[in-house]
Design a protein around this ligand. Structure first.
Ligand code: SF4
Ligand code: SF4
Length: 194
């Protein structure tokens, strides 16, 4: 396995802490034959990575359109991924903008709304309540507060966060802003399309 150190945004100390080496490896190119690297694409990319790689023009329009500068681009050492956009939700969470400028800017349709008009998730999170501050009796609702209002995937029930995985879009806001050092949230790639 080789790690691409030529990604457009350097890996920060905070990112290393938050993501961990195992997940870091999953964000970059691997040499494992036949293995599709689990990459988190911008909203609207869908789950068909092969189709995305074929249609994406590597124009950078989505990168330029994102008002929060959270979309990165794979560098020249990333093989077929070079020039394509990706997210690192743990350190640069997507705000799930109501207007979706990333999708609107995409000239190729590689980023697009779903058939129902909504935007499918980019990932999912898992919540380990044993690692949550509330398990220590600490009052905290940070994850619920930062989960985008339009999504509302985390509710506080009797002062404990309850995650609705069906509503979760994998934006990473809860992962990023969680104040527990035990990392109760883990980001999971979406399953491959059927
Ligand atoms: S939804 Fe907004 S924050 Fe998220 S990638 Fe698109 S433009 Fe950036
Ligand atoms: S639960 Fe977390 S990852 Fe899912 S939508 Fe809410 S803030 Fe985003």
């Amino acid at each position: 396995m080789s790690i691409d150190l030529e990604m457009s945004t350097p890996i920060s100390r905070r990112q290393l802490f938050r993501v961990g080496l195992g997940d870091l490896r999953s964000l970059v190119t691997t040499e494992s034959a036949g293995e599709a690297p689990p990459v988190y694409r911008p909203p609207g990319a869908g789950r068909d990575e092969a189709a995305f790689l074929q249609s994406c023009q590597r124009c950078g329009a989505c990168v330029a359109a994102c008002p929060y500068d959270v979309i990165k681009t794979f560098g020249p050492a990333s093989g077929i991924l070079e020039g394509t956009p990706y997210l690192v939700p743990e350190t640069d969470p997507c705000r799930w903008c109501p207007e979706m400028p990333c999708i609107e800017s995409c000239p190729s349709g590689s980023l697009a709304h779903g058939e129902s008009g909504g935007v499918p998730p980019v990932a999912k999170v898992r919540l380990d309540l044993d690692a949550c501050l509330t398990s220590e009796g600490i009052l905290c609702d940070t994850c619920s507060h930062f989960c985008p209002e339009s999504i509302g995937a985390i509710r506080m029930v009797r002062r404990v966060p309850v995650l609705d995985t069906d509503r979760c879009v994998g934006c990473g806001m809860c992962v990023h802003y969680c104040e527990s050092e035990k990392q109760p949230f883990s980001l999971e790639p979406l399953p491959e399309p059927l």
